[in-house]
Ligand binder design. Structure first.
Ligand code: SAH
Length: 499
């Protein structure tokens, strides 16, 4: 085997990030390079290893950004230049369903590059399912046929479809990429004898918060597309099964359906609000504006022997401390005999992952609570070591002036967003801010594209609001300084807008 990198042809599914396979997610998390298409949703790009090189080869509907032959070459080139690397080729739906995955695989074989195919859920079946339309149904359709509505014949530039045969097919017909040609397709099918009353559905942006279903019949196909302005990506499904959609459409229109919101909280704090906004139908782009990283503290490890109590005030502190302890060649045995204190239950639980039980946890889980508890212990306070981040306030040190503090991790502003994220943010309806620093960091990271960011900000607190105003945002501020109150406010805002 050559020392080249390996290419994974990965199906991203139809859009809903929950429909990506476990294998696909695992590979994206460890990928060194991700070569992705236009239809892949930002939420899925968010799963990718933050250190991965992200290459957008997406095709815009009007012009081809990167030619297929160039994509093929690119994959071979990455594999050859990056021995041992994981190269993820991420494609909408399934890579082998009108995804040109086969062509890419052939090219890889020709170049002697190792590859693997990770199938995805094809839009052909899942998008109708999200509209409540089963592609087959007993007594209605015993087969279904997936057809490209795009392939032109080389000889005359006409659609290279065998309309005679298709018109006779008793099964469900599913057209991908066919919206632009649907008027023609429908007319040809009728000319070849297909019943003009055949029910038909167009499903736009299926499985995403923007999903829309438009019903028609074969004879009204063209005029319906024009009237309703059906746009790609959309699927056309024809046949008796379409009528089941009237009864089985299960995906509810939610208060935030069709809204894209940017959440600027730190990754660890974002999941709660993300889950709530997603449950209300929004597409959420998590864009943390701070990141934490362990500092290379060059600590005097020998001096650990002088301390009798180690106090932790965050899970970040625990992780960073042990990472550096291990990197310095020690293990937990150097803590033998020492007492361990934690500010609260979450930090306590994190310590347990390292095999360490806490001796002291205050009743109220605050720095002050911890400081007071430690101050009452009958020990020399110079024997206390505080393990904290650079932004920790001085509460503990004030209560324990003789203690020593090691800054084991730093919280830094995110100064740059990757291109895919900037694009996702530019297309958003609003940004959610929970602190003035999030506003400042967000605006400076996006300074390169000042016109493209959304103009509406949902804010927690008056300080945040005035920071956002200063940067030119229109603001909506929660009544109380809680996430619950903010989520309620966002839902109310859009409910009012729709009315
Ligand atoms: N490999 C993909 C298909 C690629 S062709 C798959 O297996 O799904 C691109 C076409 O797929 C689009 O023109 C559209 O017809 C369809 N498509 C993909 N995602 C879609 C979605 N979320 N909603 C509706 N149609 C979609």
């Amino acid at each position: 085997m050559s020392g080249a990198g390996k290419v994974y042809l990965i199906g991203a599914g139809p859009g809903d990030p929950g429909l990506l396979t476990l294998r696909g997610k695992e590979l994206l998390e460890s990928a060194d390079v991700v070569v992705y298409d236009r239809l892949v949703s930002p939420a899925i790009l968010g799963f990718c290893n933050p250190a991965a090189k992200m290459v957008d080869v997406g095709k815009m509907p009007t012009h081809h950004k990167v030619k297929q032959s160039e994509i093929n070459k690119l994959l071979v080139q990455f594999a050859n230049e990056m021995p041992g690397a994981t190269i993820a080729r991420l494609k909408g739906g399934d890579p082998f369903v009108f995804g040109r995955g086969g062509e890419e695989a052939l090219e890889l074989v020709a170049a002697g590059i190792e590859f693997e195919v990770v199938p995805g859920i094809t839009s052909a079946i899942s998008v109708p399912a999200y509209a409540g339309i089963p592609v087959s149904h007993r007594g209605i359709a015993t087969s279904f046929h997936i057809i490209t509505g795009h392939e032109k014949a080389e000889s005359n530039g006409e659609l290279s479809l065998d309309f005679e045969t298709l018109a006779k097919c008793p099964g469900t017909l599913i057209f991908l990429m066919g919206i632009a040609n649907m008027d023609f397709i429908a007319r040809r099918l009728m000319e070849c004898g297909k019943d003009p009353k055949t029910p038909l559905a167009f499903i736009e942006k299926g499985t995403t918060p923007y999903q829309r279903t438009v019903m028609a019949t074969l004879e009204t196909a063209g005029e319906t597309i024009a009237r309703e302005n059906v746009t790609a990506p959309a699927i056309t499904i024809m046949g008796g099964v379409v009528e089941l959609g009237n009864t089985l459409a299960w995906k509810k229109n939610l208060p935030l359906s069709g809204k894209r919101l940017v959440v600027t909280r730190a990754a660890k704090q974002a999941s709660g609000i993300t889950a709530r906004l997603t449950a209300l139908g929004a597409e959420v782009i998590e864009t943390p504006m701070i990141e934490t990283r362990a500092v290379d503290g060059n600590f005097d490890w020998a001096s650990l022997a002088n301390f009798g109590i180690l106090a932790f005030t965050s899970t970040n502190g625990v992780e960073s401390f042990f990472r550096q302890l291990f990197a310095a060649g020690f293990d937990v045995r150097v803590l033998a005999g020492k007492k361990i204190a934690s500010v609260g239950k979450i930090t306590e639980k994190k310590l347990l992952e390292y095999g360490i039980r806490c001796d002291y946890v205050p009743e109220d889980h605050t720095g002050e609570g911890l400081g007071k508890l430690l101050a009452t212990l009958p020990v020399d306070h110079s024997r206390i070591l505080l393990l904290q981040g650079n932004l920790a306030d001085d509460t503990l040190l004030k209560l324990l002036p003789q203690a020593t503090r090691w800054v084991v991790y730093e919280t830094l502003p995110v100064v740059e967003l990757p291109e895919w994220k900037r694009e996702a943010v530019a297309g958003a309806d609003a940004v959610v801010f929970a602190s003035t620093s999030a506003v400042e960091n967000f605006c400076s990271a996006l300074a390169a594209t000042p016109d493209s960011e959304p103009r509406l900000a949902f804010c927690i607190g008056r300080m945040t609001e005035s920071a956002a105003r200063k940067h030119g945002f229109d603001t909506v501020t929660s009544d109380e300084t809680t996430m619950d109150s903010l989520v309620k406010k966002i839902a109310e805002y859009y409910a009012g807008e729709g009315a």
